[in-house]
Design a protein around this ligand. Sequence first.
Ligand code: F6R
Length: 597
Amino acid sequence: MCGIFGYVGSRKDAGKIVIDGLKNLEYRGYDSWGVASKVPDGLIVRKDIGKISTVDTATFEEESELAIAHTRWATHGGVTQLNAHPHLSEDRTIAVVHNGIVENYAALRDELITKGHTFLSQTDTEVIPHLIEEELRKTGDFAAAVRNACLRFDGRYAILAMHTASNTLVAARTGSPLIVGVLHNPETPDDYGYFIASDTPAFRKYTHIVQYLDDGEMVVTDGKTIIFSDIQTGEEREKREIEITWEVEEADKGDFEHYMLKEIMDQKESVARAANQDEVQIQTLAEAIKNAYGTFLVGCGTAGKACMAAEYFFSVVANKHVNYAPASEFKVYHHFLTDRSLLIVVSQSGETADVLEAMHVAKSKGAKVLAIVNVQGSTISREADYTLLLNAGPERAVASTKALTGQLAVLLLIAYALAGKLKEGKMLLMETSSMINDMLNPRYVDRLSNLAERIKEHEDLYIIGKSWHYPMAMESAIKIQEVSYVHAEGFAGGELKHGPIALIEEGTPCIALMGKDEVTNDMLSNAMELKARGAFIIGVAPENNPVFDEWIKVPDAKDAQPIVSIIPIQVLSYFLAVKRGKNPDMPRNLAKSVTVK
Ligand code: F6R
């Protein structure tokens, strides 16, 4: 939530660099944007409501070696130009961009008002530059002033701060991510600098060398040197330089009109990449599950649905009971966690605040944490005891698609390893990957586009599933809701007759997800119950059945069935959005990386 990006170094177009890089962080928030560039006589600040992608980079003509920028997902204060970041100190010499929440901002604001400060916005952020200004008066040292101010903030935040008096960029984090991009190549000694961003796509085209800030750390750089330190103690920290493995092109949408469709198509390869895990490591993790007194799976939204499907994977494939909880609910489980418990957390971004909280709860009880994440180097991956990467490549559309199928693949693989059948599981997933490749052909995609055309005027849509298709029905609803704004709900097939069936009217579209397994007949009965009330039944299944008004064929992928069943729903959601005139990559009210609780 919110993207922040700063640059300081030898280049003279810092404003252009940050605005351009910020466009790659738009997925983190897109209701307003802003930039502050340092120029000889002060700061040039531009900000406005609207999407950063619409801003013309060429207009940032000023010569500047230091700039910071922000793309906003509003928390405190509406979407207005005044609430857009950067925010400035009273004397307009200090600029700050911020991701996260300063929970005690109201008290700080009152205190600052009594000292003569005036506030222009409704944001929590604005207290930051004003407090730094107060501290600067006391110490005369900008970095020390930022540190002292940070010591007074409650909450989770990442900030970038700059001052007109020097070419110094200061960053600090607790909770929200910050990554340093290093531009120091001995072959080009005159071209140097440091980038600091919420995520690597902001600066990936300049460098693939990064350094991560951990929670409670800050960094001070003038572009030539950089010093990491602990915010509390001031003690300096050594940082390793790490190489990012993904290429710039992987984050590009190429010839596709939207990232969402590109990422759906990426699944032709990404499932196989996710399944191609180190076998020794998977076996070790399976052992850890075997030995744990209670294994818990947590995630949020789509990732949570992968965890819920894994409950069924572990039960069907490995005769093992594991427990799923949405990450935001996990905190209450601390009553019975012990140092023999195991927590498996699943997250695309590796930065989701609710997931981090669940990890902290588990760790406080001595439990071990396994993380399944897509973003290499993310906070969750660094804080976990073991990490498995999905290797799906960057996911830019807000709606998660290829990360989900990668998560399902890795979880299924672990279930197979637990059953002592790792090789068999890997083979199944490789076959599934090739089935997905065949399935996502232009004719198939066209059929789903036509189906979207047919049902696009309906404002209600229901999806049913049983066993692992129950979480996939819920995931289908998330996908349809978030990109097309159609009211969609996913149910366990057997639950409809206990209430929700009252919602069905003549022609209501209902999607039934099913495979060829022990629950197929139950699902067909549930579909018939709906049809008898007038529903228009769309069957997503390997075999046709007279109950279906429309049949979307999926391959018979056995235990990997949920992976193939969800893909046509992703495509359908995409076309529903486009045909209803919505931008599927940037749904209203949402952001890709949810770093607030
Ligand atoms: C929906 C979606 C969200 C995320 C959720 C968790 O399409 O993308 O529901 O799955 O916000 O995010 P991560 O996986 O980054 O922890």
